[in-house]
Design a binder for this molecule. Structure first.
Ligand code: F6P
Length: 542
């Protein structure tokens, strides 16, 4: 079954939401909380160590019911089943979308092209487990017999962002191996990373689903050359492994079949950290923790697939985001984790969200008439409070934000944790309640030498919407839940917007032009380019 092709803007609920947004124009969160003492409870959800409070949003019961009605009209239920059952829902690339199969503990066969893929998934997981155990324990060594100390992941996009984010996020659970990530074709990035490394004790993982990506192949070639400056050719097999769907290209590159960790085309690059692309994660934290990460995501998959839409966390997050993007003209959304470990979470989400849903052609092959993906961005709190929060509080743009925090810290320092979480709660409260001119004028900390002219600058309108996600503790399992939560949110929005979330043709044009510019550098041929580009190329090559 393919995904339903329904223009959401023609549905009854979409039209009702438009009218409802207009009738909500003077909606005020502070007033709503005063009028409805059970608002916080009504608009909250708890599931498996995660608590979502979405009461600080511009919604009431009617909003929620219209949004849920929209999901029925676009047949979200059918779409979810189509995805989990391995239907070819990535129609433009002719592929199933089954990153969920990688973390499933179901005994049910998962069939792709008439074949149950479960045994193959298990075989790759076993290979990862065996390999990582041997490297971590020092049983497998480098070519001179020394244990490995460093691992370098060479990949870009989904072959870098997911593993890099998770390795960073799980820093607390890491072992002795030092992890490095080379992604940019910028040679300075490459040489800066390898300059202190010892070829005798460094393992390189070349990660590329297609094994055709210019950046990754260039970086891998450079790194291998650097390695061979001191090591014999025969040592390559002990130090270089690859993760790819393209076995032929990998062997052509000089990597032995035994050193290839296969992946499949039913896993999209930006959803691939659960596959062998997560090899660097398993090396960094050990296989057991990698397995817990998968289990957390698997649990979220079950929740997403089975919970009613009104009690379904990814669905609720998707509804809220869609409400703002399509009915309040929101263009950007923030994700603010109150954990330094999640430093790279927003960067990771940028690819997951924007490469998936940054599209203007609908599933019916025509341009859509409404907004699709917002711009997603963010940085950890409290650092971001001292950077861009001024704009969140007093700027002219409406930016709904997700705040993500953990009840328990990992090093158990309660003083720090209380201060961190005090900021976490204070910010969403401040964004909502704001501060009136009367409060400014009567507040002793503001008054001092304050005169009436200065008061407006200290007024906060408030009424700025946020979601709060409160998790028990950052662990491999809860991180798996969190990532899968956002993955499913992306899927739901793609279904609503009637777009194909799992292709990425938008990155192709730039890639093609880069190859043509590169070959024109070589032939010194600039005349085929526009005058501006030709002028710049000429200055560069002069
Ligand atoms: O930039 C586009 C993209 O195709 C991403 O979707 C993907 O994650 C990345 O390039 C890397 O691709 P590969 O793993 O095939 O090298």
């Amino acid at each position: 079954m393919s995904l339903p092709k329904i223009d959401p803007s023609l549905t009854l609920n979409w039209k009702a939401l438009e009218a409802h947004a207009a009738e909500m124009s003077d909606f005020n969160l502070k007033t709503e909380f005063i009028q409805n003492p059970s608002r916080a409870k009504t608009f909250s959800l708890e599931w498996d160590g995660m608590f979502l409070d979405y009461s600080k949003n511009w919604i009431n019961d009617k909003t929620k019911s219209l949004l849920l009605g929209l999901l029925e009209e676009v047949k979200l239920g059918e779409a979810i089943e189509a995805q989990f059952s391995g239907d070819i829902i990535n129609e433009t690339e002719g592929r199933a979308v089954l990153h969920t199969a990688l973390r499933s503990d179901s005994e049910e066969p998962i069939v792709v092209d008439g074949k149950n893929i479960a045994p193959e998934i298990e075989a790759v997981k076993l290979k990862i487990q065996k390999f990582t155990d041997q490297i971590i324990s020092g049983q497998s060594t480098g070519y001179t017999g020394k244990a490995f100390t460093d691992v370098v992941n060479i990949g870009i996009g989904g072959s870098d962002l997911g593993p890099a984010m998770v390795v960073d996020a799980l820093g607390f659970y890491r072992n002795h191996l030092t992890m490095h990530f080379i992604s940019n074709v910028d040679g300075d990035h490459v040489f800066e990373t390898i300059k202190g490394l010892d070829p005798e004790t460094t393992l390189f993982i070349i990660v590329s689903k297609t094994f055709t990506t210019q950046e990754t192949l260039t970086n891998a070639t450079t790194v291998r050359q650097w390695f061979l400056n001191s090591a014999p050719e025969a040592a390559v097999s002990k130090h270089f492994v690859a993760v790819s769907t393209n076995i032929e290209k990998v062997t052509g590159f000089g990597i032995e079949v035994d050193n290839i960790f296969p992946m499949n085309d039913w896993v999209g690059g930006r959803f691939s950290l659960w596959s062998a692309v997560g090899l660097s994660i398993a090396l960094a934290v050990g296989y057991e923790h990698f397995q817990s990460l998968l289990e957390g995501a698997g649990a979220m998959d079950k929740h997403f697939r089975t919970a009613s839409f009104e009690n379904n966390m990814p669905v609720i997050l998707a509804c809220l985001s869609t409400w703002y993007i399509n009915f309040h003209d929101v263009q950007t959304e923030g994700v603010i984790p109150y954990s330094q470990y999640l430093n790279q979470f927003a960067t990771y989400l940028q690819q997951a969200v924007m490469e998936s849903n940054g599209k203007y052609i609908g599933r019916h092959g025509k341009a859509v008439t409404y907004r699709t993906s917002s711009v997603v961005w963010g940085e950890p709190g409290t650092n971001s409070q001292h950077a861009f929060f001024q704009l969140l509080h007093q700027g002219t743009t409406l930016i709904p934000c997700d705040f993500i925090g953990f009840k328990e810290s990992l090093y158990q320092n309660q003083e720090h944790q209380d201060k961190l979480m005090a900021n976490f709660f204070a910010q969403t409260e401040a964004l909502m309640v704001g501060k009136t001119k009367e409060q400014v004028l009567t507040n002793t900390s503001d008054t001092g030498d304050l005169n009436q002219d200065i008061a407006p600058f200290k007024v906060f309108e408030g009424n700025r919407p946020t979601n709060t996600l409160l998790l028990d503790k950052l662990s491999p399992r809860s991180l798996g839940q969190l990532i899968a939560l956002y993955e499913h949110k992306i899927f739901v929005q793609g279904v609503v917007w009637n777009i194909y979330s799992y292709d990425q043709f938008g990155v192709e044009l730039g890639k093609q032009l880069a190859s043509s510019v590169l070959s024109d550098f070589e032939n010194l041929n600039i005349s085929s380019h526009d005058a501006s580009t030709a002028q710049l190329m000429e200055r560069y090559k002069r």
